[in-house]
Design a protein around this ligand. Sequence first.
Ligand code: C5P
Length: 224
Amino acid sequence: FQPKVLAGKRVLITAGPTFEAIDPVRGLTNLSSGKMGYAVARAAREAGADVTLVSGPTTLATPHGVRRIDVLSARQMHEAVMAAVHGQHVFIGVAAVADWRVVNFSAQKMKKQDGGAPPELKFEQNPDILASVASTVSITGWPYCVGFAAESENLVEYGAAKREKKGVPLLVGNIGHHTFGQDDNSVILFDESGHTVLPPADKLTLGRQLVSEIAKRLERRSLL
Ligand code: C5P
């Protein structure tokens, strides 16, 4: 039994990788499976929230009762999120968004030339979706923004710094190459009073814990 700690709340979540096209049949992506974001979406729905999940390409089934919007690129994800953000109480950016997109994208399939030079890709930085959402936070404090950080080392130090840099009240740190594609994860929560290590668990368990941590903070806020 899950208590309905988010009843009446609207929650917007990003999940999965993004896909940045090189030409009509090729592109750049990353090893995110979407499992963590989908688990958070399921947990938020179980907790009674109205959940919108903006998802990059994954092979996962939509959690029961969750509204899902499929996108490919970081720019599409940004657009879908900004179109849905109005009226949301919580935003959770779980997606592994590509930092760069290919600017010299070819409308036709690139052809391999015998003896020819390989193509050179040029990159441009993608919009930071979490930062864009964080910049829309109104004086009433909505939406409450939660970020994720996939690091490969120094998680405690980098996680705290990333929370500050992103300007979000809560950030979930994990080790990228340990979590991508896996069913289990181990995470550290960073907030204004420090960090809390959660015991390693499956992603649904962690998703439920995260939802209850968010609900606690929303509760605390409304009491202030
Ligand atoms: O800067 P970094 O990519 O490590 O930040 C991770 C957090 O920011 C995650 O919550 C991720 O979903 C979000 N993010 C984003 N848009 C980007 C890059 C990251 O929303 N372009």
